[in-house]
Design a protein around this ligand. Structure first.
Ligand SMILES: Cc1cc2nc3c(=O)[nH]c(=O)nc-3n(C[C@H](O)[C@H](O)[C@H](O)COP(=O)(O)OP(=O)(O)OC[C@H]3O[C@@H](n4cnc5c(N)ncnc54)[C@H](O)[C@@H]3O)c2cc1C
Length: 425
């Protein structure tokens, strides 16, 4: 099979790249392959589906903010129901943690990012179940800190990732893009630009480039290959010596649906939705998301330090992680969780770039890599897809949705310049 551009991976980043590549190069044959049977079934499907524009790095902020604008374009102008719900992103902090991020908060506010702070008494009033102060021995022994302040990102919320992946696929197919599911790339085809047809090629003195991929359904020859295989990209990239600045790490999500949690779900005053914002309690490494459609609460465990790196094909959640671990601290802050057990759970893997916790879009001969989004691939998917298309066109700048433009090289490896990401909670 031959194509001009082969995209490996039909997650949000592969589909967004494919769509923008085809949109800007209507005469080129663009083919997306994925080992699953449809779009967005890898870690896109495992994600919490939160979008957030909180970032001190101007580049990251533009990637996220423009993608959020584009989500609204998809929903309001193109008619895809992405179940967008901008109900905010609330971070509950004690004084010491807040002191560490205060400058970052001010910096973001100074740049016009809508961030509000809530004092402890306001939080107590608005989230009736929240315990902000502890006076028992056990909590002291556990070393848990009180809640002193809440920081709310207003332009943050939830998107239905399945609907998002399908809308991208649909827009791509509409303009003549092609997909081949149930197709696994087994390796990249590394060939000399000028083949001599003799044994031993490619020789070190030849100009080599990626020219498609071998798959379990045959060989695909391509002028350019976009590797958007998420955490699995390393299986294709390590053998050709390309460093994607990424390491995979598991993250577990638990789902709760119980009448005892209703008062937590229906809190008022943070947004027009009158629902608990996406809420993070860094002190105990958890975050919560209300699933409006199901009336359930998703609880993710952000146990970054202490959890090993390593690629897994089918990561499994550890039920003990909730019952013997998170639970003991969670009920101290939110007693409504007492005796409530998860009704569902899953685990996915995030592709973590520890260097600057920012995504990578980088070229190699015949190839473009996109990924390493460090838990924000949904949030930045449109902008990163546009960056891939700009790199393909050899452009120095990428114009993001609604007109911002950024330097493509900033996202790369060689001349990387993502700015300082100081908002780490
Ligand atoms: C628990 C969890 C919560 C998260 N929450 C959020 C969040 O709230 N907000 C946010 O912005 N981000 C979040 N993320 C991160 C987000 O899910 C990712 O950044 C995003 O999905 C990455 O998209 P992707 O297209 O790179 O990867 P994927 O969606 O994993 O897509 C890669 C695709 O490549 C395919 N593939 C891999 N290897 C091959 C091969 N050899 N041949 C063919 N196909 C192949 C896979 O089948 C897969 O479909 C979360 C991640 C996890 C794990």
């Amino acid at each position: 099979m031959n194509c001009d551009i082969l995209v490996i991976g039909a997650g949000v980043l592969g589909m967004s790249s494919a769509y923008h590549l085809k949109r800007l190069n209507p005469d080129k044959r663009v083919l997306v392959i994925d080992r699953f049977s449809g779009p967005g079934q890898g870690n896109t499907a495992k994600s919490a589906g939160i979008f957030l524009n909180l970032s001190t790095s101007e580049v990251n902020h533009n990637l996220a903010d423009s993608t959020i604008d584009w989500f609204y374009h998809l929903q309001n102008d193109l008619g895809y129901n992405l179940n967008l719900a901008q109900y905010g992103y609330l971070i509950l902090l004690d004084e010491a943690r807040y002191a560490r991020v205060k400058r970052a908060v001010r910096k973001m506010q100074g740049r016009g990012i809508d961030l509000r702070t809530f004092e402890r008494e306001e939080l107590r009033r608005m989230i009736p179940d929240l315990v902000i102060d502890f006076d028992d021995e056990e909590t002291e022994l556990m070393g848990l800190k009180p809640v002193d302040i809440g920081v709310l990102g207003v332009r943050c919320g939830s998107v239905d990732t399945d609907a998002l992946s399908r809308s991208l696929e649909s827009e791509f197919l509409k303009i003549g893009g092609e997909v081949s599911y149930n197709t696994t790339a087994t390796r990249l085809r590394l060939k000399p630009k000028k083949e001599l047809g003799v044994d031993g090629e490619p020789f070190v003195w030849q100009d080599i480039r990626v020219m498609g991929a071998e798959t379990d359904r045959g060989s695909i020859q391509a002028g350019t290959t976009v590797v958007a295989a998420g955490v699995w990209s390393e299986r294709l990239l390590d053998p050709i010596g390309f460093d994607s600045l990424m390491r995979p790490k598991k993250r577990v999500v638990f789902v709760f649906k119980d009448p005892r949690l209703e008062k937590l779900i229906g809190v008022e005053g943070f947004s027009d939705y009158d629902v608990l914002p996406f809420t993070k309690i860094p002190e105990i490494s958890v975050y919560m998301k209300v699933d409006l459609a199901e009336g359930s609460i998703w609880l993710g465990c952000a146990d970054d330090f202490g959890r090993k790196y390593g690629l897994e094909d089918d990561p499994q959640p550890e039920s003990d992680l909730y019952s013997n671990n998170i639970y003991h601290a969670l009920v101290k802050y939110l007693p409504c969780f007492k005796d409530v057990r998860p009704v569902n759970m899953w685990a996915g893997q995030r592709s973590i770039n520890r260097y600057d916790i920012s995504p990578v879009v980088a070229p190699a001969p015949g190839m473009i890599y996109v990924g390493s989004a460090t838990g924000k691939g949904i949030t930045k998917c449109d902008a990163l897809g546009r960056a891939v298309a700009a790199l393909y066109a050899d452009e120095e700048e990428v114009e993001l949705y609604r007109g911002w433009s950024i330097s493509v090289a900033d996202l790369g490896v060689e001349k990387r310049n993502m700015g300082n990401e100081a908002f780490k909670v």
